[in-house]
Design a protein around this ligand. Structure first.
Ligand code: ZN
Length: 400
């Protein structure tokens, strides 16, 4: 049996009263976080060593007894203890070199948030929050497993979301060998365009591309407004709203795509995030990296849950430049080239060719590990596209 974690994120619809309580809880959490950060700093200065968890925790109890901070008693005790643990984690990340030194949380700059480690229930479109009661949620899915914690967070546009973490056990059964005709290579290109080794290309849906354009426009408009002005504030809200929308649509699109990919195959091969320096701009690069990271995250758990395989190909060779038919490397290939013809006569679509190389490397890894049936097997539906059939990505896109 292996322990699996799953998260669910639902939009909350608190009443005005409930929202007031939730905001006060977030305020108490922020207060305790900042107080603990200051305590850790001053204790270290005075004693030359870190304050123990136990002492910090008992100091928190004492803090709640003082008249000037007695209001903390109105907050959920476990949510406040959780703030100490969150700070602990922030310090751990700092000492491990993964993050900067923890900073004080500000009401203005940081999103209102708090975490409850247990005693959260979900039923019939309502979530039970300690000290708040039953709050309505837009429950899009049934929650499975045991709820191990809940994070409540307000977005930049003042919406509230709850993220539930659940745990459940998955039996450890041996995975069957992958059928080579059901091994798919995936290349994530620019502009959320995904190419598969069988020649299919999946473009971001039109509504998402439209929203992305609106977002870019709004971001430009915001940067033109005077700092500190009311117009700047309004422009920032607009950007935040569009940003949220684009993010949700991208996620939704990726979820449909990864579910389909996992259902269609025994093994999915993707590239490692590290080496792809293809993006023209910083923004395009960050969108690409985020898409690839999220694609990988979703494929990781979806393949585990459906007892399939995910192969992450560590690419040290240039997959766009290498001919997937003969192995020749086209050093002259430019970023702008969408297609190219190889010395062996094969015409390549840039992204599909990359997906084929990723699949070939994934298949090699699977065979070497004894996880796929044979090495030579080619996907039956692979037809090298001819240059004459290379059309703009839009027309070649298939709906997945
Ligand atoms: Zn070739």
């Amino acid at each position: 049996m292996s322990l699996q974690r799953r998260t669910y994120r639902f939009r909350m619809e608190p009443t005005k009263d409930q929202e007031g309580i939730v905001l006060r809880l977030s305020g108490a959490r922020r207060f305790v976080y900042n107080w603990a950060l200051e305590r850790r700093r001053s204790y270290y200065q005075d004693h030359g060593k870190a304050i123990s968890k136990k002492q910090l925790s008992s100091e928190l109890t004492a803090l709640k007894r003082r008249p000037e901070t007695a209001w903390l008693k109105d907050a959920d005790a476990q949510a406040l203890q959780q703030a100490l643990r969150d700070l602990d984690r922030a310090f751990e990340a700092f000492f491990a070199g993964r993050a900067r030194y923890p900073r004080f949380r500000s009401k203005k700059r940081d999103a209102a948030t708090f975490r409850v480690p247990q005693r959260v229930k979900v039923e019939n479109g309502r979530v039970y929050v300690p000290k708040v009661g039953w709050v309505r949620v837009r429950q899009s899915r049934q929650v499975e497993g045991t709820i191990k914690g809940a994070t409540f967070r307000q977005t930049a546009t003042d919406k509230w979301f709850v993220t539930l973490t659940t745990e459940f056990y998955l039996p450890d059964l041996p995975l069957p060998a992958a059928n080579p005709t059901r091994i798919v290579g995936v290349d994530v290109g620019l502009e959320s365009l995904i190419a598969l080794d069988d020649g299919r290309k999946v473009a971001a849906p039109k509504h998402l591309r439209r929203a992305e354009k609106r977002l870019a426009r709004a971001q430009r408009a915001q940067s033109r407004k005077k700092r500190g002005s009311n117009n700047r504030h309004k422009a920032r809200l607009k950007v935040a709203r569009l940003h949220e929308k684009v993010k949700n649509q991208r996620l939704d699109h990726l979820h449909k795509l990864t579910t389909r990919l996992v259902n269609e195959s025994d093994a999915v091969c993707i590239e490692d995030l590290s080496l792809k320096a293809l993006a023209r701009t910083k923004l395009a690069k960050s969108i690409h990296d985020a898409a690839l990271g999220e694609l990988r995250r979703q494929l990781e758990y979806k393949t585990i849950w459906s007892r399939k395989r995910l192969v992450v190909v560590d690419r040290y060779y240039p997959s766009s430049k290498t001919c997937s038919a003969c192995g020749w490397v086209n050093q002259a290939l430019e970023l702008a080239d969408r297609g190219w013809s190889c010395v062996c006569g094969t015409m390549h679509d840039r992204d599909v060719n990359a997906a084929r190389n990723i699949r070939a490397e994934g298949l090699r890894i699977l065979v070497a590990a004894g996880h796929a049936e044979t090495l030579n097997a080619c996907r039956g539906d692979v037809r090298p596209p001819t240059l004459g059939r290379l059309t703009p990505a839009k027309q070649e896109s298939h709906r997945l």
